[in-house]
Design a protein around this ligand. Structure first.
Ligand code: URA
Length: 441
């Protein structure tokens, strides 16, 4: 077998065999196949696509390219949740404690942000003392003792995805169904949970900009999950505007805490209840999705979910009292406002521009090596559908570098579009794909 033949085969639109896929993944991870040949193959895949079988084999080859996690030492059905990436998406910080408070063990590995999308691990690191890197034994014993742990993905899991993702990022081959699905599902399958809930984001702040593409991606990923023996549900959700009102790191943790206290923005609260309801159902702690949602609401109201977050923070070395005292989070020295130039109704807040603006404040990275300012970020005072009077504050920007913060205001200015007429708010939960379908559209 040789790489040139494999590239040629895909370039001509032929189907790759399991052995050929394994050959290129293993050779690439070992450093035996150079970036330029893998780049050529990625571009051929981009234009010629992979079918279901090839995508499944690619997922498996990546899944077994490094360590896999064995969660069998944790009793119960372990349920993972993954978002395909968005702006202001602090959902894990809310759904993980809710599901755990309902008895679903949460042993979750999360990622860092890149580009205009944020990452849970960065957000958690804004909590003073919080450790996102735990040894496997400590991770497992924390889930057994506390019922929840969220850590960063270790370097030894799916090394093929790490190398491929970095290459895709610089060869314009990120947004391909098979490449995205295999990247996400290889990590989820390697991470060992029994069931997987996928939050497939759809809109200008997501990889999938339109609903039909998001449905295709959701279908491919649920099929991969089911073929691997994991109950998998994909929920397609809106990412045409940022989720919630806070975008950044500490600001998002504060919003997640407020949501667990029952004071969260309506969209993030709705999404958190929906997704955790699915997790509770798949985790065997409810007999239906509806009952899952009822249980989620109960633990939100009783404060049990907030208690779980506090317990997780303390167990991972963090300052639990951040929950009562937000002054303990990293501090910013600069604040700037974006004011409405006109009166009307907010018709759009393009998530992509807000994500880029957040990156400008210092809250996000342009390259993997960039340092981030955990105190930086954005707070949206208005969301799509809200009425605005000229001079109102649309958004506040935080950071420690005035030039950066002013650049963020400039970028965000492009995001807000006002209309004269009343505007209908976007539907948040667009469709559910997977077992016991609750079809929505
Ligand atoms: N998230 C991933 O982990 N991989 C992709 O390819 C896209 C989003």
């Amino acid at each position: 077998m040789n790489m040139n033949d494999i590239i040629y085969k895909k370039r001509e639109g032929e189907k790759l065999a399991k052995e050929e896929i394994e050959y290129f993944i293993n050779g690439y991870v070992k450093g035996e196949i150079p970036d330029y040949q893998v780049s050529a193959l990625l571009m051929a895949i981009y234009f010629r696509q992979m079918d279901k079988e090839e995508t499944f084999e690619l997922t498996n080859a990546m899944r077994y390219s490094g360590d896999t996690i064995d969660l069998s030492g944790i009793a119960g059905i372990k349920v993972d949740k993954h978002s395909t990436g968005g702006v202001g998406d602090k959902t894990t910080l809310i759904v993980a404690p809710i599901a755990s408070a309902c008895g679903v063990p949460i042993a979750k590995m999360s990622g860092r942000g890149l580009g205009f999308t944020g990452g849970t691990v960065d957000k958690l690191e804004s909590i003073p003392g919080f450790r996102t890197s735990l040894e496997p034994e400590e991770f497992l014993s924390q889930v057994n003792d506390v019922g929840i742990s969220v850590i960063g993905q270790t370097a030894h899991i799916t090394p093929a995805d790490k190398k491929l993702y970095a290459l895709r990022d610089v060869t314009s081959t990120v947004d391909n169904f098979s490449l995205i699905a295999s990247s996400i599902m290889s990590k989820k399958l390697a991470a060992g949970s029994d069931a997987i809930v996928l939050d497939v984001k759809c809109g200008n702040g997501a990889f999938m900009e339109n609903l039909s593409d998001a449905i295709v991606l959701g279908n491919i990923m649920t099929e991969i999950g089911e073929a691997a023996g994991r109950n998998t549900v994909a929920v397609i959700t809106d990412m045409s505007q940022p989720l919630g009102k806070a975008i950044g790191n500490s600001v998002e943790v504060i919003e997640a805490i407020e949501t667990l206290k029952g004071n969260g923005p309506s969209d993030i609260t709705e999404l958190a209840i929906y997704l955790s309801g699915v997790m509770i159902y798949l985790g065997g702690k409810a007999d239906s999705l509806e009952e899952g949602r009822i249980k989620a609401k109960e633990v939100l109201k009783s404060g049990e979910a907030l208690k779980k977050l506090r317990a997780m923070i303390i167990a991972q070395g963090g300052e639990g009292s951040v929950i009562d005292n937000y002054n303990l989070f990293p501090k910013h020295s600069i604040e700037e406002n974006l004011l409405a130039k006109d009166s009307g109704y907010v018709s759009e807040i393009t998530a992509r521009n807000i994500g880029l603006a957040s990156q400008h404040t210092g809250a996000g990275r342009a390259t993997k090596e960039d340092n981030i300012d955990l105190s930086a970020g954005i707070y949206l005072h208005k969301k799509v559908g809200d009425k605005v009077t000229k001079g109102d504050v649309l958004a506040t920007f935080y950071g420690n570098d005035r030039i950066k913060v002013l650049n963020a205001v400039k970028e965000a200015d492009k995001a807000f579009i006002l209309a004269k007429e009343e505007v209908v708010r976007p539907v948040l939960i667009k469709k559910v794909i997977g077992m016991n379908n609750e079809q929505k559209e």
